[in-house]
Design a protein around this ligand. Structure first.
Ligand code: ATP
Ligand code: MG
Length: 190
């Protein structure tokens, strides 16, 4: 049997703070079109801030558990630190991840930078965006609201294991520190 040519490997970028059910829907949807799916965990250097509470390792654990439970196995998870220089952001990403041909993003700057480098870029469909939103979920966790139904069970388990709700509540109660989030800012703020 001749092996299928691998010419449709895809990249999805995000900060996944935390990985939620909208992300899972998008992954399941685009996985249908992709051979391998590479998930770049952006702004990897940040953790323990209200907007970036979880470490890259914790986010890696959340995503890998969910995707395994979903029976998806053709994926690579790669933490990617911000570099603060848009002009070389694509080269930076390319240097960190396996080869890919197509990028999925809703971030206009990410789209522009990858298109300028010759990549095919698609928007990912948005699912229940009012609730399936990292910002909304962090707000709920920080304020003691209901949030577990907005993330896959495996993500809720990881957050429990690391006492993540208390972490977010504690750091959100403190005066906000200045953090340079201009990054290559493309951890995804869309
Ligand atoms: P935040 O509010 O912290 O920016 P987010 O929910 O936008 O969190 P990101 O990590 O910024 O999550 O997003 C990664 C990618 O997932 C982006 O391309 C974003 O558009 C997409 N995405 C986020 N939420 C959804 C959703 N509900 N449905 C589909 N795609 C989503
Ligand atoms: Mg976003």
């Amino acid at each position: 049997m001749v092996a299928k040519a691998k010419d449709h490997d895809c990249l999805l970028l995000g900060r996944f703070q935390p990985f939620h059910k909208g992300h899972l829907e998008v992954v399941k949807e685009i996985a249908k079109d992709c051979d391998d799916l590479i998930i770049g965990i952006g702004s990897a250097q940040y953790s323990h801030t209200p907007d970036n509470p979880f470490t890259a390792g914790e986010r890696h654990l959340m995503i890998s558990r969910v995707l395994r439970e979903e029976g998806l196995d053709s994926f690579f998870l790669v933490p990617i630190v911000d570099i603060n220089r848009y002009a070389i952001w694509v080269s930076h990403v390319v240097s960190m991840v396996p080869p890919f041909q197509k990028v999925y993003t809703n971030n206009p700057l990410t789209r522009r930078l990858f298109e300028e480098s010759g990549y095919e870029v698609s928007s990912s469909p948005l699912f229940n965006r009012e609730l399936y939103s990292g910002t909304e979920i962090r707000r709920r966790i920080a304020s003691g609201g209901e949030w577990k139904h907005l993330v896959p069970d495996a993500v809720a388990s990881v957050i429990e294991e690391i006492d993540g709700a208390r972490r977010l509540q504690d750091i959100s109660a403190q005066p906000r520190r200045e953090v340079d989030e201009s990054g290559a800012g493309i951890g995804e703020d869309s």
